[in-house]
Design a protein around this ligand. Structure first.
Ligand code: ATP
Ligand code: MG
Length: 425
């Protein structure tokens, strides 16, 4: 992409409405814009990262054998009455009527729709286990939408649902989803913990949350250095005790030392059991020919929240530092030139084409701007690498490669393509 052509409306000063760094940087770097409270436009660079996250999630969930579907955002009241949640859900459920005065809601989640789909279309235990998923817009009329896309009202979620004849089968799928989630967060390049959760409003028994570690997280997690598992630190303190006093103590019944960190919930996996299938009478015929209530699991990932969480974990005072797999632009090429036939610009164009051909996400800053502006913007939008092509190119046939995380190096122009291709292998 060419810097002269792309739509990236930068903001110079910190927007006053943004309380957390991800919200500030997404606005400043021209990646999102607010439409209404908790409702956002995704602009080209932000949307690119959203799509990259979505694709990693899709690939890893598909690898478990789950099939992708697409369910409607608008859901009829009767299914919610069926599951007994029409009254239970409260004002987070945005309800409205159509022209025939029929009641609907905007889907905050899809247990009702999918359980109805399965009870009408799946008959025999032989078709089980089955896992279906979608990546789709949810609407929750949150009481206090905040932190930009972190807690929006409209947001993108991956939600998967599994169906089983018994709890053993459910447990197997649950564990393979758990593994898929680990692969997802590893590929995203994010530091995370798995947190034993109480299953809250959705009900059911076994459930765990995935949290990305970041100082702005809403939950304080307690874990030991070696373990990927954490627990909510609240569970370890007695009334009146300061949570931070836990740090350095040891866990009850073990000699492992407690470390504390804040976490942002980015995923949630549940063994729902038969809560929905009982309420909605979803059954299949078992081996003996008898009707049996289905066992269910559900598995959510906050795809759009991950974009914010990634920034909360990876930024500095210059801007975003994207992990390389979700950087909307991996390399920015910054030629410094005076005329269109400047050698530096010609080489920059050549390098741009070559790196594009390698499948890398590259931006050529073809604007006739000073270096300071170009590098500042490249750093703000979080490009892992910037290549500066200027006087050193003209004089010595070398370019400067600046890594977003620290070091600079002077590299022969003839070797820069190989250098950068390797950096992204
Ligand atoms: P929270 O406790 O943050 O309100 P939740 O437990 O209600 O979230 P789930 O029903 O578990 O959310 O939804 C699955 C995932 O969707 C969450 O783990 C989170 O990453 C994401 N998510 C939930 N609510 C929002 C929101 N308002 N904005 C963005 N992402 C959200
Ligand atoms: Mg949750």
């Amino acid at each position: 992409m060419l810097a002269s052509k792309i739509f990236v409306p930068f903001i110079k000063d910190n927007p006053s409405e943004a309380e957390v760094v991800s919200h500030q940087l997404l606005l400043r770097a021209g990646m999102i814009r607010k439409v209404a409270s908790g409702i956002y436009n995704w602009l080209p660079l932000g949307f690119k990262t959203l799509k990259l996250v979505e694709e990693i999630v899709r690939e890893e969930i598909s690898k478990t054998g789950a099939h992708e579907i697409f369910m409607p955002m608008v859901q009829p009241k009767d299914l919610w009455v069926d599951s007994k949640r029409w009254d239970k859900f409260g004002p987070e459920l945005l309800r409205f009527k159509d022209r025939h005065e029929r009641d609907f809601c905007l889907g905050p989640t899809h247990e009702e729709i999918i359980t109805d789909l399965i009870r009408n279309n799946l008959n025999s235990y032989k078709e089980l286990p089955l896992t279906l998923f979608q990546i789709q817009t949810k609407f929750r009329d949150e009481i206090r939408p905040r932190y930009g896309i972190m807690r929006g009202r409209e947001f993108l979620m991956k939600d998967a649902y599994s169906f089983h004849i018994d709890s053993e089968s459910l447990n197997i799928t649950y564990l393979s989803m758990r593994e898929a989630y680990k692969s997802i967060f590893n590929r995203l390049g994010l530091e995370y913990k798995i947190v034993k959760a109480d299953s809250g409003a959705i009900g059911g028994e076994i459930s765990e949350e995935f949290h990305v570690l970041a100082d702005s997280g809403e939950d304080t997690l307690a874990f030991s250095d070696e373990s990927e598992i954490a627990i909510n630190a609240e569970l370890l303190i007695s009334a009146g005790e300061d949570i931070n006093s836990l740090s350095g103590k040891s866990f009850p019944n073990s000699n492992e030392i407690i470390r504390l960190a804040k976490g942002i919930e980015v995923g949630h996996i549940f063994q729902l059991g038969d809560v929905y299938s009982t309420a909605m009478n979803a059954t299949v015929i078992d081996e003996k020919g008898d009707r049996q209530i289905l066992q269910m699991g559900c598995y959510g990932i906050g795809v759009s929240r991950i974009v914010a969480a990634a920034i909360e974990q990876n930024h500095d005072d210059k801007g975003i530092i994207w992990p390389k797999n979700i950087a909307p632009i991996q390399i920015s090429i910054l030629p410094i030139f005076k005329e269109q036939n400047d050698n530096a610009l010609l080489f920059a164009k050549e390098l741009y084409l070559k790196l594009n051909q390698q499948g890398l996400r590259v931006m050529l800053d073809d604007r006739q701007e000073r270096f300071g502006k170009k590098i500042t913007e490249s750093e703000l939008i979080g490009c892992p690498y910037a290549v500066v092509i200027g006087k050193n190119y003209t004089d010595n046939q070398t370019v400067e490669v600046i890594s977003r995380t620290a070091d600079k190096s002077e590299i022969k122009a003839s070797e820069v393509e190989t250098f950068l291709t390797r950096a992204f292998q």
